[in-house]
Write a protein that binds this ligand. Structure first.
Ligand code: ADP
Ligand code: MG
Length: 240
């Protein structure tokens, strides 16, 4: 068997999809912004976890991914690292008009999870042109809109509050180029399917990353509905 395959086997990584890049063995092997590499090191992330080894290089190639691995295996950084890398490169190279409308959006099922995700993003993006906005219940919507209008790169929010914001305010989502659904099985269990689809329709063909410990039939179905080009990246004990 070839080298990449045996490496994946050793690491407990499974992939499904066309020409998936090989796993990276360190954070320094995929051309991340220097600051991001430093921040990872300062956060104590010496080596990528298996899901990060495989998901990060695939996401950096703009693949639409289903990312699945056990709870606690580091799925958060597997999507935040490519988000921060792509978005800050866009800003640093002035690839978009500089009115700083959001480039990435992460939806998660609960307020608490959104808070944790935004915190992690702030830690990893320190010193980079990368600002975040939290869009969850329990905070005045006007202040969230104000924050977004001041210029941000990433929105982290719950589907319900984002729909409220979309329907009551003019938020510009045209430049969102990465759309993440974290704990997507839980998002669907909570009955957020229609809201997620409505938000997705407001975007213009972003890269899609769907993240979950378990991939249910419902998750699979929604993913295939949203995109025809899906790559599966699994680590640990995949249930599919
Ligand atoms: P999951 O979303 O898969 O349940 P998390 O992304 O929340 O897992 O990560 C679980 C814990 O592992 C967190 O405390 C996180 O800071 C830590 N962690 C993630 N990646 C690494 C890494 N590469 N090195 C060290 N710790 C890590
Ligand atoms: Mg998680």
């Amino acid at each position: 068997i070839n080298q990449i395959e045996s490496l994946r086997k050793k690491l407990g990584i499974h992939v499904r999809g066309e020409s998936v890049p090989g796993p990276i063995l360190s954070f320094s092997s995929c051309n991340l912004p220097k600051k991001l590499e430093e921040n990872l090191e300062n956060a104590g992330f010496e080596l990528p976890t298996p899901i990060q080894m495989q998901a990060i290089p695939a996401a950096l190639l703009n693949r639409n991914l289903i990312i699945s691995a056990d709870t606690g295996s580091g799925k958060t950084a597997s999507f935040l690292v490519p988000i921060i890398s792509r978005c800050s490169n866009i800003r640093l190279q002035h690839l978009r008009p500089c009115d700083r409308i959001p480039l990435a959006m992460v939806l998660a099922p609960t307020r608490e999870l959104c808070i944790q995700l935004e915190d992690q993003a702030k830690v990893l993006a320190k010193g980079l042109p990368f600002k975040t906005a939290l869009v969850v219940g329990g905070v005045a919507m006007a202040s969230q809109v104000h924050r977004i209008q001041k210029g941000i790169e990433l929105i982290v929010g719950t589907p319900g509050r984002l729909i409220d914001l979309l329907s009551k305010h003019n938020i510009e989502l045209d430049e969102v180029c990465i759309f993440v659904l974290d704990e997507v099985d839980c998002i669907l269990q909570r009955g957020f399917r229609d809201q997620v689809m409505q938000i997705f329709k407001a975007l213009s063909h972003p890269q899609l990353l769907m993240v979950s410990a378990t991939i249910s039939h419902e998750v699979d179905k929604m993913a295939s509905f949203m995109t025809k080009n899906l790559t599966y990246v699994l680590a640990g004990n995949p249930n599919i």
